[in-house]
Ligand binder design. Structure first.
Ligand SMILES: Cc1cc2nc3c(=O)[nH]c(=O)nc-3n(C[C@H](O)[C@H](O)[C@H](O)COP(=O)(O)OP(=O)(O)OC[C@H]3O[C@@H](n4cnc5c(N)ncnc54)[C@H](O)[C@@H]3O)c2cc1C
Length: 441
């Protein structure tokens, strides 16, 4: 019997991971990736830097044999994280000490290194043989009768034994399995870049080696250090779907946009406003999400991995990890079935049964962060919500036994409230006495 033919639609982290794992297996599988972008260089990048988790993203890299290739780009020092409010009041400052020397990191506190998304995709692409990615192939539709893939350029391919949708938010493969379309998440924003942060010592210090995330009153300003020491900045707001188009217009014009953003963030502290003042603004975003728990009836010859299956907003930083883990789990099932000569269809069904609860968990975590991070009393809700999640994941039974009677999350909320209120009062006092200097004022 000839080995199954597999089409992967989309050469993002999910599709590339799956392709690499399937190619590496000793199975003679015929695997082709169809990718919308015209070439590897012409890709639209989303998400500046990503943290890879040991049980998913890093595990997949190891299983692909690409961990060594990725190692020079993995930044354990980038795990430093500050969560603050609009006054710059730090509610948490994690991993502020530099990580220990190479080699001690994986077994210790530093387990989730950052990597620039661009570098990750480069490493994944190096793992896939050149001819296996068909660039410039935008899938338009799948003919439900014949199973053929119809592309924007008029070409038709297939049918295949299995079509895997790794085609992200607006997946065309998904339409074969589910009628559900992503809905607007309520959050939109604009991303910018600071190429030369050393020229601005105050913000260079603020962002540190990793991430500085500030939330207040339905707004966020999120800055992240990139591999080349530049800073990626995102301003996000809880607003109607039309808001960002009205704010930015058709094209990003730096000075008018900067003025509008500074007006939006007028009551934020000078350091955060300085980030907005010096950034070069690039990409506007309206964030979409699939309903929590999105699933479908199993259908032979089709499945989904990554965002196409469980699209969520980026506020839990789990999307890439979940995408790579889906690819790993699906490849394991396929390879086992092919080697054993058992049903490919059953293998895909087993993958889906494992993926649905995992995808749901990612969506729930992300929804919690989004709701709390953009609540009127963020970052207090965000922080106390995080304590609940961390406690649950670490197995602390805060909702059982003696601990049930100690209102841990409410106590934390009160503590953070006092801390932020104190900072707000002292900032007001300082402003009244000395005034507040803005960089370009
Ligand atoms: C602004 C932003 C910031 C983010 N930050 C983070 C973060 O910090 N951490 C994190 O873990 N995640 C983050 N994410 C989420 C993360 O980017 C996704 O979860 C991840 O990229 C999913 O990988 P994927 O391969 O499933 O989909 P994608 O990365 O979307 O890849 C899909 C691929 O399919 C191709 N494609 C799409 N349609 C077609 C078609 N019709 N035909 C052919 N090809 C097609 C696309 O060109 C693309 O190459 C962020 C997302 C956004 C929008």
């Amino acid at each position: 019997m000839s080995p199954p033919t597999i089409a992967i639609v989309g050469a993002g982290p999910a599709g590339l991971t799956l392709a690499k794992l399937l190619h590496s297996a000793d199975t003679n599988l015929s695997v082709t990736i169809f990718e919308h972008s015209a070439s590897a260089k012409a890709r639209h990048q989303q998400g500046g830097t990503l943290d890879l988790h040991p049980e998913s993203g890093l595990l997949a890299l190891r299983r692909m044999g690409l961990h060594d290739a990725a190692r020079p780009h993995l930044r354990y020092e980038g795990e430093e994280l500050v969560i603050a409010d609009l006054n710059g009041c730090e509610l948490v400052h994690m991993k502020d000490a530099p990580p220990p020397a190479d080699g001690e990191r994986d077994g210790g506190m530093y387990t989730r290194p950052e990597i620039d998304r661009e570098r990750l995709v480069e490493v994944l692409l190096e793992g896939v043989e050149e001819g296996n990615v068909r660039w410039g192939k935008h899938l338009k539709r799948i003919d439900g009768e014949t199973g053929k893939l119809e592309f924007e350029d008029g070409s038709v391919e297939g049918p295949f034994d299995l079509v895997v949708g790794a085609d992200g938010a607006w997946s065309k493969v998904r339409s074969v399995l589910s009628d559900v379309m992503p809905g607007y998440s309520g959050i939109c924003g604009i991303e910018g870049h600071i190429d030369n942060p050393k020229e601005f010592p105050r913000i260079d210090k603020l962002v540190g080696r990793g991430s500085f995330f500030s939330f207040s009153y339905g707004r966020a300003c999120m800055a992240q250090r990139m591999g080349d020491n530049s800073i990626k900045l995102g301003t996000w707001q809880r607003r109607p779907e039309t808001f960002i188009d009205e704010l930015v217009g058709e094209q990003v014009e730096q000075e008018p946009l900067r003025k509008k953003l500074l007006e939006e963030y007028r009551d934020w502290c000078p350091e955060i406003r300085e980030l907005i003042e010096v950034a070069h603004w690039r990409t506007k975003w309206k964030l979409y999400e699939l309903p929590v728990g999105h699933k479908w009836e199993h259908k032979a010859s089709y499945t989904l991995i990554g965002d196409s299956a469980h699209l969520a907003t980026p506020f839990a930083g789990m999307g890439v990890n979940a995408a790579m883990l889906d690819a790993l789990e699906l490849s394991d099932q396929i390879i086992t079935a092919v080697k054993a000569g058992t049903s490919l269809d059953r293998a895909v069904e087993v993958y889906e049964q494992g993926m649905f609860p995992r995808g749901r968990n990612v969506q729930e975590r992300t929804m919690l962060n989004k709701t709390n991070g953009f609540a009127d009393d963020a970052p207090l809700m965000f922080m106390s919500g995080m304590i609940g999640v961390v406690a649950k994941e670490s197995g602390w039974p805060i909702d059982r036994g003696l601990l049930y009677w100690i209102p841990i999350t409410r106590t934390a909320y009160s503590f953070f409230w006092m801390k932020t209120s104190w900072t707000a009062c002292s900032r007001r006092l300082r402003r009244a006495i000395w005034g507040e200097k803005s960089l370009r004022a």
